[in-house]
Design a protein around this ligand. Structure first.
Ligand code: CA
Length: 222
């Protein structure tokens, strides 16, 4: 899942980005409202983390402009503690939720997970596909009940495949949702990571889970 962080306090933006990366999210940062608007319109982000007090366009304006232009991903606003009117304005402008600064990183993660859960079936924060089970809050993967040892990036890639099980996902889609904006599309990094996952998931050659769709991308079949 790729998140855009719009926060002008660079220390906070870097702290959030680092934390999200450790959890396997891809994250890009911008430090003013205009950049936030441009990047969010040009890239298929899964979630926007939007500070209200931003130079250039403020967060509420960015939020309402994005909604007006058809941006559908969840928007989580960051507001200052004593600014009740910001929360109201943000929600009225189309934000899905808000978080008051300062916040505990754990709470930010929990709210992001909640906003990314679009289907009721995912309410338990457990994603499954066949024998694969992903515990999102704990960041643990299991195959037929046995723990899988995955890196944060491998977990994130598997999560994306499981969320799209039964559908072909292209390398572009994977790059856009699992890697950040600096991803070099000229490399074979995605194929390398797919192979890492295959090695861990497909213990016998007969049990193919991640299928290659020639000329298109990959397909996880459960
Ligand atoms: Ca700010």
């Amino acid at each position: 899942m790729r998140v855009l962080i719009a926060e002008d306090e660079k220390k906070i933006a870097d702290f959030i980005k680092r934390g999200l990366k450790e959890e396997g999210y891809a994250a890009d940062t911008v430090h003013n409202g205009n950049e936030a608007l441009v990047l969010a319109e040009e890239n298929p982000y899964d979630l926007l983390l939007l500070d209200v007090m931003l130079p250039g366009l403020d967060g509420v304006t960015v939020c309402s402009r994005l909604r007006a232009s058809g941006f559908t991903a969840p928007i989580l606003m960051l507001t200052a503690k004593d600014r009740v009117e910001d929360k109201v304005k943000g929600l009225d402008a189309g934000a899905n939720d808000y978080l008051t600064k300062p916040f505990a990183f754990e709470e930010l993660l929990a709210r992001i997970r909640a906003l990314l859960r679009t289907k009721p079936a995912e309410a338990a924060a457990l994603l499954t596909a066949g024998d694969i089970e992903l515990d999102l809050p704990a960041h643990k993967a299991r195959l037929a009940g046995k723990a899988l040892d995955l890196s944060a990036k491998e977990f994130s890639l598997l999560e994306y495949l499981v969320r799209n099980k039964g559908k072909t996902v292209t390398r572009t889609m994977i790059a856009e949702h699992v890697w950040d904006i600096n991803f070099d599309t000229g490399t074979n990094v995605i194929d390398v990571y797919i192979n890492y996952l295959r090695r861990k998931l497909e213990k016998s050659p007969a049990k193919k889970i991640i299928h290659t769709v020639r000329g298109k991308g990959y397909l996880l079949k459960s």
